[in-house]
Design a protein around this ligand. Structure first.
Ligand code: 5GP
Length: 178
């Protein structure tokens, strides 16, 4: 296991092991399996970062479910202070469904707050959030994270699906910027 890695021009130090991450994924799957018994949730995976978490999580989920993938487009220069995000790739499948948003990391919470609002506007019957990582000291919103892997400090991290300028997603553990 490498103690440091270089991603493009920056150095990152080993932070959270693959073992610790996988243990957290197992716990989340266990919770989901208990809560979702008898329901058929739709997992809505936010690309690109959540693809590894989703792949690990979904293989441990035993309830009847389906999976879809979306990307978010941000638009700057609108009348709001936050950029407006649009879901790309989502059909009409969410009406009257229990939807579990699968996200790699919740930082300010702005992204997922938008997604929750959109899903509610599309008449999802229930919206849950599964996030592998959460930065409580950066969080600005008030939605709950129903299924959370672990809290992180406000450091920039890469690995386990998270990138720096497109690179670094492939590492099975987490590294933080030195
Ligand atoms: P939020 O809208 O919650 O502020 O930001 C969520 C998004 O910001 C995540 O999906 C992720 O793409 C990005 N992000 C937030 N913190 C980090 C980080 O430490 N490392 C990386 N690579 N991306 C992050």
């Amino acid at each position: 296991m490498k103690k440091t890695i270089k991603v493009k021009d920056k150095e990152f130090a080993h932070f959270i092991s693959e073992h610790t991450i996988q243990r957290a994924v197992k716990q989340i799957a266990h919770q989901v399996n208990q809560d979702m018994a008898g329901k058929a949730p739709l997992f809505l995976v936010i690309l690109n970062g959540a693809f590894i978490f989703a792949s690990d999580l979904l293989r441990k989920v035993t309830v009847n479910c389906d999976v879809t993938f979306v990307k978010l487009a941000s638009y700057e220069g609108t009348s709001t202070t936050e950029s407006v995000k649009e879901l790309i790739g989502l059909g009409e499948t969410v009406k009257d469904r229990t939807v579990i948003i699968v996200e790699d990391i919740v930082d300010t919470g702005i992204t997922i707050d938008h997604v929750i609002r959109m899903l509610k506007a599309m008449e999802a019957s229930e919206v849950k959030v599964a996030a592998m990582f959460f930065k409580p000291d950066a969080f600005q919103k008030d939605f709950g994270i129903d299924y959370k892997g672990m809290d992180l400090p406000v450091d920039f991290v890469v690995g386990y699906g998270l990138d720096y300028d497109g690179f670094g997603r492939n590492h099975p553990c987490l590294f933080r910027l030195i």
